[in-house]
Design a protein. Structure first.
Length: 270
């Protein structure tokens, strides 16, 4: 069991995340400012920035020796996993935030010397707060999530963005297309953090993305660990926490089935 220090940290983090959630909901009444990052579908708003600044300044005030790695760059310059590092996505699913005002999450993970300690994903509009403390199981709104059970792909729902089964720069569409037919269904929610939390809670049985950044999966990885799920790169190799990775997360039985029957036989790229 983690000691009192980590419990106190979790208490603060939960409080700040819920407050940030209120701040986001209040913004629904106001006009937001939208900017494009790398292309027309890669958005950031003033609210993404505001939430990241809010969380970062709270962390720095309460824990001056902790460092923050945040998507929008208000954290610290992180070169090593030394000390306590918070990995933050202020709004995961910004496109959903802008177009739907729902189906987005705040994702916060706390690592110490590279080891995961606390993972939190808050689906703001659904008011669903997922959390875990290392080794103590994963929870949804305070209710413990069961370990993932044996299942077959034919009974499974897989989270997959249509991008990866159409022409793209990262994977031959022929690799994952057969999966679309073999699964019971395919879903695409537009928030990696929510989709990984859904795998942890059994609402999805797998989720695949060919390119995610540390803040997209850092908290989800910890939740997945706590329920006996598996999270790797698309080819089964381990994920590097501080790099962009392809991410293949699933119930362990489904992970094995997809990796061996669909991916490895055809695979040529990471
Ligand atoms: P974001 O909303 O925080 O940017 C969308 O399918 C999912 O992929 C979201 O979790 C989104 O996170 C993430 N994502 C990662 N890189 C992205 C990019 N360059 N453009 C859009 N979404 C991206
Ligand atoms: Ca983004
Ligand atoms: Ca994200
Ligand atoms: Ca984001």
């Amino acid at each position: 069991m983690l000691d009192e220090h980590w419990r106190q940290l979790f208490g603060h983090a939960e409080e700040w995340i819920k407050e940030a959630g209120k701040l986001i909901k209040q913004s629904f009444q106001n006009e937001i400012t939208i900017q494009f990052k790398t292309n027309f579908s890669d958005l950031v708003t003033n609210i993404d920035k505001q939430v990241e600044q809010f969380l970062t300044s709270n962390i720095h005030k309460a824990y001056p020796d902790h460092r923050v790695l945040g998507e929008e760059g208000f954290g610290d310059f992180i070169e090593s996993s030394e000390g306590t590092v918070w990995i933050i996505d202020p709004i995961d699913g910004t496109t959903n935030f802008v177009n739907q005002q729902r189906h987005f999450a705040i994702s916060v993970a706390i690592y110490h010397h590279g080891a995961g300690k606390i993972g939190m994903i808050y689906d703001v509009v659904a008011d669903e707060f997922y959390h875990c403390l290392k080794g103590e199981g994963a929870y949804l709104n305070g209710v413990k999530l069961p370990q993932l059970k044996e299942k077959k792909l034919s009974q499974s729902l897989i989270g997959l963005n249509a991008t990866w089964v159409t022409k793209n720069r990262r994977i031959d569409p022929a690799v994952l297309a057969p999966l679309v037919n073999a699964a019971r269904g395919i879903r695409s929610y537009g928030s990696a953090a929510i989709e990984i939390a859904y795998v942890a809670s059994g609402r999805l049985d797998g989720y695949i993305s060919m390119r995610l950044s540390p803040w997209d999966f850092a908290a989800g990885m910890l939740l997945i660990d706590e329920v006996g799920g598996k999270i790797t790169r698309i080819n089964g190799e381990s994920i590097n926490l501080f790099e962009q990775n392809s991410v293949f997360v699933a119930n362990p039985f489904i992970h094995e089935e997809i990796l061996h029957n669909f991916i490895l036989p055809k695979f040529d790229k990471k």
